[in-house]
Design a protein around this ligand. Structure first.
Ligand SMILES: [Fe+2]
Ligand SMILES: [Fe+2]
Length: 250
């Protein structure tokens, strides 16, 4: 396995590891994102077993001990499994996550006290970079789910939203909604709920220029349009589930 590095926006790097054994024959990617600044921030710690690989990859961009923030979308192995390994490698790093995630998981799990962020709270990491933490509860899954928006570049770090199979190019201007719908059909990884369409449309209001997918390429283009199309598909799924359930109980 190797980890490929691509600068997807000014000062934002995608570290991507392709694992052909997951969902063969297409395979699956795990991506982490490093945002450079006076206080460098990494979004997703990656899997614990992939830590040596990811640490070596990050070292090609900056010394790991310079990391100041470790953030992620929700408490799950690929999002934060290696968090404590990173905290050991980066003595000045602080985990940052939402109020619910800190209360429910990080207060116990993290080797150092986390910074608990409110919905919409920003961290100025210097060098013109500001990251905004946005709660997306249960979307696509996890009570503590959230995304991160880097304001200066208009980059939305989407976490598991738009998850797709395969190992497409690092950057795309093509369709990411169709592949996401196909992956949802395969994995059924989303916690379908009536509020998720509205939650995703609120992200569209940010009008992001880049969508940084945790499992897929980074998309450059009409981020709002892609988010609204994804929201429409979730509304369709939720309606179908409700109709099916009510029909079955009638
Ligand atoms: Fe997840
Ligand atoms: Fe993930």
């Amino acid at each position: 396995m190797e980890t490929k590095i691509t600068e997807i926006a000014d000062g934002i790097y995608r570290l991507s590891t392709y694992t052909p054994e997951i969902a063969p024959p297409a395979g699956f990617t795990f991506n982490q994102f490093l945002i450079l600044g006076d206080e460098p921030l990494m979004f997703h710690s990656g899997l614990r077993r992939m830590f040596p690989l990811n640490r070596d990859a990050l070292s090609r961009i900056l010394p790991p001990e310079r990391l100041r923030w470790i953030a992620f979308g929700h408490f799950e192995a690929d999002e934060c499994g290696a968090m404590n390994e990173w905290l050991a490698a980066a003595p000045n790093a602080t985990p940052a996550h939402g109020q619910i995630g800190c209360l429910v998981s990080l207060a116990d799990f993290a080797d150092r006290a986390p910074r608990a962020l409110s919905d919409g709270e920003t961290i100025d990491i210097g060098a013109g970079k500001r990251v905004r933490f946005v709660d997306t509860p249960h979307t696509p899954h996890g009570w503590d789910a959230a995304v991160l928006y880097e304001e200066s570049t208009g980059t939305l770090l989407c976490g598991d939203l738009f998850t797709q199979l395969g190992n497409d190019s690092a950057l795309t201007e093509g369709d990411i909604v169709g592949p996401a719908i196909a992956a949802e059909d395969v994995f059924k990884y989303s916690s379908l709920n009536p509020g998720m369409g509205a939650t995703i449309r609120r992200l569209a209001d940010l009008a992001p220029r880049t969508l940084a997918l945790m499992h897929g390429p980074s998309f450059i283009g009409d981020g709002a349009g892609a988010l609204r199309a994804l929201a429409d598909d979730y509304d369709r799924r939720v309606s179908a589930e409700v109709r099916g359930t009510l029909g079955a109980s009638a």
